[in-house]
Design a protein around this ligand. Structure first.
Ligand code: GLA
Length: 733
């Protein structure tokens, strides 16, 4: 890994073993992208790739009269220039002008990587990464823009963000401030987006790119289940196993936009960052604004390779604290077992059985506080309900830990029910426009987390419940999108800051709680996967992937989630049948075979199972304890797509390639078909692997594949809906 600055050409070459990223300074002083792709040799000057030609209807730079931004690739284009593409940022000065021309001023190169002010971001020590900061200035607007590029040693990754500084005395308005722009030299690409809704999150969808704009975004105040802040730009023939692709992942949990724009002359521009719609940031003299970080990863080896880069990077350089690279505890959550209808006695009965099964962590979900007996009341009153918890949270936590399990509980700190003491006392603490009605979502309102005193109050209440009690885990939920986004605290011209300030308030509370209680494992949740993003992973190493716990639907949801997020981050549980969301019944074996490929746990009362099923559960827990480290942190390969076939398969391989776990699922039986083969991946060709029914060489398993009929004796059959198997490979010494 290195960053070279060529003094004569003024060009920067960031490279590691796999990639090169080359930036030049164009005649007008703005930055131009000269190359991004597979590692290439360095040379003194790459400016031969620039186009300096007169073309009809193209506007050129006034000094040279030969160079147009429109014909060349920009690093971070602004408004009012010869570019004409969608700009990465826009600044309005007091005279109403949004025209700017930012020119190179200075730069810094150093080892390691700095943190972002209050924002989640990748971190790296001096041996892991190098950072380039380039300062651009507009002397008329008196604003400077600092572009940050961090290249990682071990990963084909560049992380980018931008800092704006008002260097003058007059106020300026930041109308748009995206995190990154990448111009590619041709348009032969597709965009893969991860689309969905509640209970069907992160379904991959692919669109062919062409001239004009292809875009995904969220305006809900959360990153959203509708469109995930992760996209892949790939060649049309790229699949999981081969081909070129670039991933863009935003480390942010609020409104975002990701855009691909094909320009007239063949350029393809990719932009990502905070959604400019409803965003304006006021910068007074000397003030700065930092954008969230965008993480670009690149591959020429297919989408499994791209995903593995994100998995390793996020496990090693995003997730922090005690749970970094730690196998996740196997938990039992009471939600689908009791909903809010429980007593301490009932919980202890469920917990006792959980302990007997080998569960490590018991989680008390919604309903323990205030007057919370249904969806209509209690949110905001973070005080134990003595009818349900006679000795408080500390009392229940002590009883459960005395059984030999860890204990954790559910919160939804950003919300308030109109029927709550908090709302009665502070009706002005919610997001609502003056004189208007606030819309309701699940009978609740959104607290104005852009206000410090609101965040302070919630922090103090939660601190009281957690402090002194043996709490090991917290599930932080967020069950509605933001509407009527107006803050009583801010002036009329500052209202464009509320969405982002809200997210910063959420991050502030996370930061304070994780600092006060560093050993607690946080699991983020937002009606399942409505805020499943890289920003959350910085605070909460795992995320409840979806409220849909149906094993068959979950295959698709987890398959889609695996493109951009580590398996260790995917909250996945076995729940009761018929399934609460779909009414579908699947075997306890298939439910576990799906849930293994995530954090693993149970979302049911184990007392309700037959004795035979309970014995199976004990075995499942034993299995997961043995293999979770490999599954959660190994190299994950998608093998067969449930979006393209009636089957699905995936596998995890240990780093040393000595062990692997394969999961295979029949989503829909097809009559009168042969079972066929499944080709494995990521093994050592010359290693002999032991499987349940024999020994096979890696090359055999990867090229010839495993015959699926071999697993029929385990109860799996291709001619039965929802049938599945999980099998283990161990290298022979
Ligand atoms: C949301 C979550 C569920 C559960 C309920 C509790 O829907 O996604 O897992 O915690 O809230 O109200």
């Amino acid at each position: 890994m290195n960053i070279i600055w060529n003094k004569i050409s003024g060009q920067f070459h960031l490279y590691n073993e796999r990639i090169s990223y080359i930036i030049g300074v164009a005649p007008g002083g703005e930055l131009t992208n000269l190359y991004y792709g597979k590692r290439i040799h360095d040379r003194d000057d790459f400016s031969y790739v620039l186009f300096r030609m007169g073309m009809p209807n193209v506007v050129v730079d006034a000094d040279t009269e030969s160079y147009s931004m429109e014909l060349n690739r920009q690093e971070y284009p602004s408004f009012g220039t010869t570019d004409f593409g969608t700009q990465a940022y826009e600044i309005e000065t007091v005279n109403g002008s949004r025209i700017s021309s930012f020119a190179y001023k200075s730069h810094k190169i150093y080892s390691g990587k700095g943190s972002l002010n209050g924002l989640p971001a990748l971190y790296a020590d001096d041996s892991e990464a190098m950072t380039l900061e380039i300062v651009l200035e507009d002397e008329i607007a008196k604003v400077s823009v600092t572009l940050f590029y961090t290249i990682f040693d071990r990963f084909p990754v560049i992380a980018r963000h931008t800092r704006f500084t008002n260097c003058g005395d007059s106020k300026v308005r930041l109308i748009k401030a995206l995190s990154c722009c990448l111009d590619l030299p041709d348009q032969d690409y597709e965009m893969v987006q991860f689309t969905g809704a509640w209970a069907r999150e992160r379904m991959p969808q692919t669109r062919r790119l062409c001239n004009g704009i292809t875009s995904v975004e969220s305006k809900r105040g959360v990153s959203s289940a509708n469109f995930n802040p992760f996209i892949i730009i790939k060649r049309p023939n790229t699949d999981d196993f081969a081909g070129e692709a670039i991933g863009f992942s935003l480390v942010y949990s609020g409104n975002f936009i990701a855009t691909a724009e094909g320009g007239t002359h063949g350029r393809m521009r990719i932009l990502m960052g905070i959604n400019p719609d409803r965003f304006t940031w006021i910068l007074n003299g000397e003030e700065t604004f930092e954008t969230p970080e965008a993480v670009m990863a690149i591959t020429d080896k297919g989408l499994n390779d791209l995903s593995q880069t994100y998995h390793r990077l996020y496990n090693n350089n995003l997730v922090r604290g005690k749970w970094k690279n730690q196998p996740r505890p196997i938990l039992n959550n009471n939600w689908e077992a009791t909903f809010m209808d429980f007593t301490e006695e009932k919980i202890l009965r469920i917990a006792k059985k959980a302990k007997e099964a080998g569960i490590e962590l018991f989680v008390l979900d919604d309903g323990w506080f205030g007057e919370r007996n249904d969806d209509f009341a209690g949110l905001g009153d973070w005080i134990e309900n003595p009818k349900k918890l006679p000795q408080g949270m500390a009392g229940l936590a002590s009883k459960i830990t005395a059984m030999g399990m860890k204990f954790g509980f559910w919160i939804e700190p950003e919300m308030v029910n109109p029927n709550s003491n908090l709302y009665r006392r502070h009706p002005d603490w919610v997001l609502v426009a003056p004189g208007r009605k606030a819309s309701l979502g699940r009978h609740q309102l959104v607290l104005d987390f852009s206000r410090e005193e609101v965040v302070d109050h919630i922090y103090n209440m939660l601190h009281k419940v957690i402090y002194g009690a043996p709490i090991s885990y917290i599930k932080w939920d967020m069950n509605r999108s933001l509407t009527e986004v107006f803050s009583n605290e801010l002036t009329s011209e500052e209202q464009g800051m509320v969405y982002h300030k809200y997210v910063m308030g959420v991050y502030d509370l996370y930061s304070r709680l994780t600092e006060a209680f560093p050993d607690i494992l946080f699991e983020s949740c937002s009606s399942g996967g409505n805020r499943f993003d890289a920003g959350m992973l910085y605070w909460a190493p795992q995320a409840w992937c979806s409220d849909n716990t149906d094993a068959i639907d979950r295959i698709r949801i987890q398959y889609g989630s695996s493109y951009g997020y580590p398996i260790a981050s995917i909250g996945s549980h076995v729940s009761a049948v018929p399934n609460q969301q779909t009414g579908r019944s699947t075997s306890i074996a298939t439910r576990a075979n799906v849930a293994y490929f995530g954090t693993f746990g149970y979302e049911l009362d184990l007392n309700e199972l037959s004795e035979k099923e309970f014995e199976e559960v004990k075995e499942q827990i034993r299995f997961m304890k043995k293999y979770r480290e490999l599954i959660q942190f190994g190299d994950f390969y998608r093998l067969r797509s449930p979006f393209e076939t009636d089957q699905a398969a995936w596998m995890a391989v240990s780093e040393d390639k000595k062990r692997a776990v394969v999961g295979f699922y029949c989503l829909r039986a097809n009559v009168n078909t042969l079972p066929g083969f499944l080709k494995l991946r990521g093994l050592n060709e010359n290693t002999l692997y032991k499987m349940e029914d024999g020994e096979f060489y890696g090359d055999e398993l990867m090229n010839m594949g495993i015959t699926l009929s071999r697993f029929y004796k385990k109860g799996f059959t291709i001619s039965e809906d929802f049938s599945s198997f999980v099998t283990v490979l161990e290298a022979k010494e």
